[in-house]
Design a protein around this ligand. Sequence first.
Ligand SMILES: Cc1cc2nc3c(=O)[nH]c(=O)nc-3n(C[C@H](O)[C@H](O)[C@H](O)COP(=O)(O)O)c2cc1C
Length: 363
Amino acid sequence: MSESSTPPVRSIGTLEAAAARVLPAAVWAYVQAGAGAEDAMRANHDAFRRRTLRPRALTDVRSLDLSSRMLEDRLAAPLFVCPMARQGLVHPDAELATHRAASDAGVLSVVSTLSTRSLEEIAASSPQGPRWFQLYLQPDFVASRNLVERAERAGYSALVLTVDMPVLGSRDQLLEHDFVLDADAPVGNGAPVLAPSRPPVGERGHFHLRSDAGATWDVLDDLQSITRLPVVVKGLLTGEDARRAENHGARAIIVSNHGGRQLNGAPAALEALPEVVRAVGSEVEVYFDSGIRRATDVLIALALGARAVGLGRPVLWALAVGGEAGVRRFFQLLTTELATEMALTGRRRLAEIDRTLLGAERW
Ligand SMILES: Cc1cc2nc3c(=O)[nH]c(=O)nc-3n(C[C@H](O)[C@H](O)[C@H](O)COP(=O)(O)O)c2cc1C
């Protein structure tokens, strides 16, 4: 799939269908899959479609400022690339393309433990960053520590601990395609790096005790004892857990239901956002992912208290369709759309985006 032979990314609205045309069926299933009956995944989208925006007229929108910050990293827009595993399935340039394009767009990259390319190779190919490392705890803490030390040496500026995957969610689409992740898509961070395993019952009944299924909140303290990097917790949906994360020293929280890929009974991530924002003190930054597709979605999440939002599947669609140029174009389109929506709602800076932006719900 060379870049010149792939169709260019023309608009955001056509990306998903364009990606479906270029990706093999099993890979498409891996990217798109939600958990169980995919209720949580659908809820993510419905939660945004329900909302409306209250525009403010005549506010002089000739000059707009989209710049943002996540912990110590300065961004051109309040956006980050979600950690997503095994991008080599989607395009041969894999994470190198995604994170170079994000870096050029001034958007933060969160790089997955389960990347196709090694964390060092990704860092070297986009040295400007900004770049954080997402950690899936390994069964043996020494292996986790080794990953953390490598990320620190390679210049990653925060550690994102994903906590919503003690086991892999049930995903029919993977079973349909008999897709065995480790076998079909090896990871680049070395042989000892393992993905969360399947749960103990069922057809593939072998429960290897090899993931973070045994982890408890103390692990946040353990991580802080081995790194100077700030720890961010990804995958929380309740105020209680947000407070636990804060009490264990988390510097930021990503409200997320993993794009509806883990717990089918989970609420739309957007519905959980206000509860988490209310639960933590102002020193803990709150970010959001799950269901962001357009600039309007970005505005809604910011209005509900997120400091920045993550893009998941749409980045993989852009990567599939146009490689590095495709992801670069996607972020151009999204930031242009965000500026347009800010102008149309009369908001010149991100600080002006608050609850007053939200109108009555459509249903
Ligand atoms: C193909 C794919 C792979 C993913 N891999 C990871 C991962 O390695 N680590 C992680 O924390 N989240 C992972 N996620 C979840 C994303 O980080 C993010 O939470 C989710 O995709 C956001 O929802 P959205 O796709 O609707 O934007 C993955 C998601 C997808 C679609």
